[in-house]
Design a protein around this ligand. Structure first.
Ligand code: DO4
Ligand code: MG
Length: 294
């Protein structure tokens, strides 16, 4: 099963589900569930079973079948973030390529790549997140900002993995390179994180270490960068990253942890206003976002 959220004219987010080839959108709350976060919380707090809830909601006429392509095109109902996250965190230097690119003789990046403790950083609040088609930001004081295409995991309150999604940990690399103490400013700002289009549950995702990702940067419709990676190249396990995040740190159901990039955009092709960053994965779907200056 995959879950997503849509937003209509009223601006509130509503739950949608993809199951057995059908795309369904919830019309009104059923058993206290109207959003993805409420669904995940009900699963964790009261043992709600999504398949049974779905069957009951259908019987109660709370769901309407729609076409995924209509949602993706964005009419009256358009896709938004697949969950409104209590917090978003990032893991860094989890792929050799990211360590090699970032390392400049400091030793920090190489050391964290092979250390027992991973790099984890606070990434975003819900208001800084973009869903499918929504704008991502390039800071006005950054000359080189890059897309960081990643697999993100959605967590339960014990750090358990509830699902997988595509993510873009958009980052101002020039600010990070100037001084590692500037990392929070390179990572956290308006429109710094995109994710979606859906959350794929572990049963449907298959082998989480065989997820492939492709990133294209389009400028005026022309492709100026394309890169690929696979979670087969990930140095750490998803559960390991989640367990470190949950150490001495209460996390809430629906917390998103983006697990690091294996795709490095070349320094000559930083993001510009009007670019579109398009991520795709046969396992996780497609996520495209236009770039705006913030
Ligand atoms: O160490 C800086 C951030 C690394 C990162 O975000 C990544 O490797 O994806
Ligand atoms: Mg990253």
């Amino acid at each position: 099963m995959r879950v997503f959220q849509v937003r209509g004219a009223g601006g509130t987010s509503r739950l949608g589900l993809q199951s057995e080839g059908r795309t369904l959108v919830l019309q009104s709350a059923h058993e206290g569930v109207a959003t993805t976060l409420e669904l995940l919380e009900a699963v964790e707090a009261r043992g709600l079973q999504p398949e049974r809830w779905l069957a009951a909601a259908e019987k109660a006429d709370r769901l309407v079948e729609v076409l995924w392509d209509d949602l993706a095109r964005g009419g009256d109902l358009r896709l938004t973030v697949p969950v409104t996250p209590p917090e978003v965190w990032g893991a860094g230097v989890t792929y050799r390529r990211s360590a090699d690119f970032r390392e400049e003789g400091t030793g920090f990046y190489d050391r964290v790549y092979s250390a027992e403790r991973p790099e984890l950083f606070f990434k975003a609040t819900a208001s800084r997140c973009a869903g499918p088609g929504e704008p991502i930001g390039r800071r006005r004081d950054s000359r080189f900002t890059a897309a960081e295409p990643e697999v993100a995991i959605v967590l339960g309150r014990r750090g358990n993995v509830l699902g997988y999604t595509l993510a873009n940990d958009v980052s101002a690399w020039d600010i990070e390179r100037e001084n590692p103490l500037y990392l929070p400013q390179s990572k956290v700002y308006t429109g710094c994180f995109a994710f979606g289009p859906t959350i794929v549950d572990p049963a449907e995702a298959g082998d989480p270490y065989a997820i492939t990702l492709r990133c294209r940067v389009l400028r005026g419709g022309r492709e100026v960068f394309v890169g690929e990676a696979s979670t087969a190249q990930l140095k750490r396990r998803f559960e390991e990253l989640a367990a470190w995040l949950a150490r001495s740190n209460d996390i809430r159901t629906g917390t998103v942890l983006s697990t690091g990039t294996g795709i490095i955009q070349p320094l000559e092709v930083g993001l510009e206003e009007g670019d579109v960053v398009s991520l795709s994965s046969p396992e996780l779907g497609e996520l495209a976002n236009p770039v705006v200056l913030v």
